[in-house]
Ligand binder design. Structure first.
Ligand code: 1HE
Length: 266
């Protein structure tokens, strides 16, 4: 397996701080961080390595003023792809985004500007989405004469529901601000989405890694199962996670009343 340092990245950048918080930046601001084939290849490499590299949480951010403009439409136009070519493009997107969603390491997306088309597919593969006042969400596929190919039919429909997704694709409807939060496109709307994303990443990183692994993989897997199978899988996962040595000190602190209690927001 390649180490993080050995990854040869051109369209993204990656760094990890001393607390195991990784910063992954989309780095094509001149092209509004449109996802070309090379970027998706890098995402596959990165999310292949991250789960086994001691990374405790990832902040996914972007250079420039837009998070991501989706599929690189110019590359797609110039490549003049055949159906089977684009099917393989989509399979690479799915590989990258599935590694993100099912990898077991929390990914917090710091959003701004356009989060559109494939950019929304990328953002919806993160575990937490943080928006700011500039952030807007759209699926302009219909207007471009395209269809989603990076998992929107699964993840965006899951976030906002089938009817809203169809409306977005048919009519070009844009969601932003409180409305975007209320329909489920992001969980937070704040002034500084990056600062909030790092705060959330630090909070998540303070959990035992095995708990985070379960939260950031088991829930997604269980969504794909029947209720009967999901209940079985949940009990197996809980059997392992809820008896882990790393939780003993936390449980002891609760029992002897030294652990913080859960209180309402101030
Ligand atoms: C791009 C792309 C792109 C910008 N592919 N090059 N996605 C879309 O339909 C969104 C297309 N983009 C836009 O609507 C706008 O560019 C933005 C709202 C994101 C930003 O607007 P703006 O005014 O800041 O930038 P711009 O002048 O439009 O673009 C600046 C440069 O970025 C320009 O390149 P330049 O070389 O002429 O300077 C643009 O060509 C380039 N650029 N967006 C390629 N998307 C797996 S299927 C997924 C299907 C989809 O994702 S469909 C949705 C596609």
């Amino acid at each position: 397996m390649k180490s993080l340092d050995a990854l040869d990245l051109t369209f993204t950048t990656l760094s990890v701080d001393g607390d195991g918080i990784a910063t992954l930046s989309l780095n094509r601001p001149d092209k509004r961080n449109a996802l070309n084939e090379a970027t998706v290849d890098e995402l596959i490499d990165i999310f292949t390595v991250i789960p086994r590299a001691g990374v405790r949480a990832v902040v996914l951010r972007a250079e420039g003023t837009h998070f991501c403009a989706g599929l690189d439409l110019v590359e797609h136009h110039q490549e003049d792809r055949r159906p089977e070519d684009f099917m393989h493009v989509c399979l690479r997107w799915h590989e990258a985004f599935n590694k993100m969603e099912y990898g077991g390491v929390p990914v917090i997306a710091a959003l701004k500007g356009a989060v559109v088309g494939g950019g929304l597919e990328l953002a919806s593969s993160a575990h937490v989405r943080v928006a700011d006042a500039t952030t807007y969400f759209a699926l302009p596929e219909g207007q471009r004469g395209l269809f989603t190919g990076g998992g929107a039919t699964i993840r965006v429909a899951d976030l906002v529901g089938k009817a809203r997704m169809i409306d977005m694709m048919l009519t070009g409807r844009v969601y932003q601000g409180d409305e975007a939060i209320s329909v489920g496109l992001a969980q937070y709307l704040v002034e500084d989405s990056e600062a909030k994303a790092y705060a959330l990443a630090r909070a998540a990183a303070s959990n035992p890694p095995l708990s985070n692994f379960a939260i950031c993989s088991a829930i997604s897997h269980m969504q794909n199962m029947s209720a009967l199978d999901a209940a079985y899988a949940e009990s197996v996962v809980a059997g392992i996670v809820n008896t882990q040595p790393a939780s003993r000190a936390r449980l002891a602190a609760f029992a002897d009343k030294t652990a913080a209690r859960v209180r309402p927001n101030a």
